[in-house]
Design a binder for this molecule. Structure first.
Ligand code: NAD
Length: 494
């Protein structure tokens, strides 16, 4: 059976950063692998007045370095068409409809339409409505809508946005991107759990002491200060990526590894996340903002000195916290997380700390417990696993030492592993929504985050409170030490 997928892609925001950096290269990779062949076309739309030729040059530039040959790249780019278009102008949808129908016929696209909204979420509602009113949705093939984050800035704005979109698209036609779900090792969480009895049988509060999720960025806000200052780490990272990882780690085994079954379990896990009372927020959450500092002779400005950031900004660039899941499997097990900008090292990893043996038989003279067994899942930039075990030190005594079994994908494997966007676009072409977020997940996540946001907005904090190049404010360490734990990953000590 041919693996070729047949579709017309209409990319709103076709001149933007996301389209150029991620979407065109991902489409090219799918082309190279034969998932896209003859029967596909792309309409790029945005406000600028570009010709098809100019647009194709831009597409060719964006796949520079990936292309097999100039001819192959040119052949790929010949499937691209540009339509200057203001998304708020209804007139433009009739021009778009004509082009859509022409391309549908020319490339025999069977009425399969994928609309990618790579632009500000303010426009999602109006575009969906205009697509429907402008009769751009087909009866003969599929209609699928991919939308980018952020999906609202709190529960009520997300609900409003969802209702606007749902007026034109059904839930199963909506693909809400969380590019973390396209990452190889995030998808591997299910394999570790459900393909290894050794782990799945221990995946509960009898054997796991705590789980730690770290999404650490070494860069600051760069040129995105204006956007970031209205968002902050809580909305930018916790509401989506971190809670999505928590749901994959915490969900019950699905009956099948199919989208409906997996989503149902993820939703149940998210609904079991304990909602804090506003007065509890300081006990469970820590926020931070980076200040200026000099690391290895290099000077870094503080967040408040960044371009388009208010000099008295109260926006958090770091958040750490403790999530509790109130169900039989997880009762009493803290899921700690931390994420921030300008931290010591870039990296995303999950550390699962198992409970200790009841007694340390190897050390008669002290109450020191043995170090815990830790399973680490490295998500980026390194991909792989490690498992820490206690073994006997070679020699006459009975001293123990930690043995770290480690498997890290080689740079070559990582470079060849599909890009998150490539996987997600292919999933959408296959009608597989496993790795996209369902509205019920979005709703539960916002309800959790809103309580924290409201508690924080009622209080001014003395920022900055962590130097660039550290792992966040000291309170992030205290969050764990008061429970008798510590962050497993400590790049500043390595
Ligand atoms: P961008 O500002 O680079 O591009 C926006 C695009 O929208 C441009 O093509 C612009 O011409 C077009 N546009 C704006 N107003 C328009 C109008 N009225 N009519 C027609 N076209 C109009 O933005 P971006 O960085 O590409 O981000 C797009 C979306 O993707 C945003 O929702 C962003 O949050 C999300 N996102 C981006 C990235 C990234 O890496 N850039 C990563 C994750 C999510």
């Amino acid at each position: 059976m041919s693996k070729e997928k047949i579709a017309l892609f209409t990319i709103f925001g076709g001149t933007g950063d996301l389209a150029k950096r991620k979407l065109y290269p991902s489409l090219y990779r799918l082309y190279k692998k034969g998932f896209l062949a003859e029967k596909f076309a792309v309409i790029g739309t945005a406000r600028r007045e570009w010709t098809d030729e100019y647009y194709r040059d831009i597409v060719m530039d964006s796949i520079n370095g990936l292309a097999e040959s100039y001819e192959h790249a040119a052949e790929f780019a010949s499937h691209f068409y540009y339509q200057s278009h203001n998304v708020t102008d209804i007139e433009h949808y009739s021009t778009l409809k004509k082009l859509t129908e022409t391309l549908d016929e020319k490339y025999q696209l069977e009425g399969n339409r994928l609309f990618y909204l790579a632009m500000s979420p303010n426009f999602f509602g109006i575009i969906s409505q205009n697509l429907k009113d402008g009769l751009l949705l087909t009866d003969s093939g599929f209609n699928r809508l991919i939308i980018e984050k952020p999906f609202g800035h709190n529960y009520s704005s997300a609900l409003e946005l969802n209702e606007q979109i749902r007026a034109s698209f059904a839930e199963d036609q909506i693909y809400r991107i969380d590019h973390y779900l396209g990452k190889e090792m995030v998808q591997n969480i299910s394999a570790v759990r459900f393909a290894n009895n050794m782990f799945e049988s221990m995946w509960n509060n009898r054997y796991i002491d705590n789980i730690q999720i770290t999404l650490s960025e070494s860069l600051g806000v760069e040129e995105r200060g204006g956007y970031y200052d209205t968002s902050g780490a809580l909305r930018d990272m916790l509401q989506n990526h971190i809670l999505q990882m928590v749901s994959l780690l915490a969900m019950e085994p699905p009956t099948r590894l199919h989208d409906k079954e997996i989503r149902a379990e993820k939703i149940k896990a998210l609904q079991a996340v304990r909602l804090f009372k506003p007065e509890d927020v300081p006990h469970y959450l820590v926020r931070g903002q980076y200040g200026r500092s000099t690391v290895n002779g290099e000077h870094f400005e503080g967040y408040r000195e960044e371009l388009n950031v208010a000099p008295d900004s109260q926006t958090e660039t770091f958040v750490a916290g403790k999530i509790m899941i109130d169900n039989f499997r997880w009762s009493g097990v803290p899921f700690y997380f931390r994420t921030g900008k300008r931290l010591a090292e870039k990296g995303t990893q999950i550390d699962i700390e198992f409970k200790n043996v009841p007694l340390n038989l190897f050390n008669d003279n002290s109450d020191e417990p043995l170090p815990p067994n830790v399973l680490t899942i490295y998500i980026q930039p390194t991909e792989g696993f490690s498992l820490e075990l206690n073994t006997k030190k070679v020699g006459l005594g009975l001293e123990t030492e930690t043995l770290k079994l480690e498997q890290k994908h080689s740079a070559e494997t990582t470079a060849n592993s599909p890009e998150a966007y490539e996987k997600l676009i292919l999933d959408c072409l296959n009608g597989d929504s496993t790795n996209f977020t369902h509205w019920d997940e979005v709703a539960s996540s916002w309800k959790f985050v809103d309580i924290i946001r409201q508690a924080w907005d009622n209080e001014t904090i003395d920022f900055p409170n962590y130097p660039s190049g550290s792992m966040g404010p000291i309170e992030s360490d205290l969050l764990l030490t008061k429970d008798g734990f510590q962050w497993h990953w400590c790049p500043t000590k390595e």
